[in-house]
Design a protein around this ligand. Structure first.
Ligand code: ZN
Length: 148
């Protein structure tokens, strides 16, 4: 399915989908959000523990395809210790990466493994789901977010 993604990127995505990082419910969560991607059937529950405006800890649970799980796993590593404003900037850059295959500013580190996803438009929503859920949690949005 992902013949166009290079091998290294595939390995990172497979690793994170099989052994997702921070895959747990946070008992100390101060914010939570639910996300759903009906096109693929991906579901996520996201937990944030905030320290003021900064994400002190993050966890997620859910089920879905390899891309959605790997994206959520890599997201948790990328946003821990970041402020709400920083995460919103990352959201925009990740969206550019997923839809155009490149970002306008700054290095996204490990998240750049998703650059190849722009060749598979149906998968963009899988990869964005955790990002939408994170923003919803940061904004204190109570309604579940849907990619549709
Ligand atoms: Zn999916």
């Amino acid at each position: 399915m992902f013949d166009d993604l290079n091998d290294l990127y595939q390995q990172v995505i497979i690793d994170h989908s099989k052994s997702p990082r921070n895959f747990r419910r946070l008992e100390a969560a101060t914010r939570t959000a639910q996300g759903h991607n009906p096109l693929c059937g991906d579901n996520i529950a996201l937990y944030l523990e905030m320290d003021g405006d900064v994400i002190k800890d993050i966890g997620f649970q859910g089920s879905g395809c390899a891309i959605s799980k790997a994206s959520a796993s890599l997201l948790t590593e990328a946003v821990k210790g970041r402020s709400k404003a920083e995460v919103k900037q990352m959201f925009e850059r990740v969206h550019d990466l997923l839809t155009k295959g490149q970002t306008s500013g700054g290095d996204l580190g490990k998240l750049e493994v998703f650059a190849g996803v722009h060749k598979f438009p149906a998968r963009v929503k899988c990869a964005m789901l955790a990002w939408h859920a994170t923003l919803a949690a940061l904004d204190g949005q109570d309604q579940p977010v849907s990619t549709e």
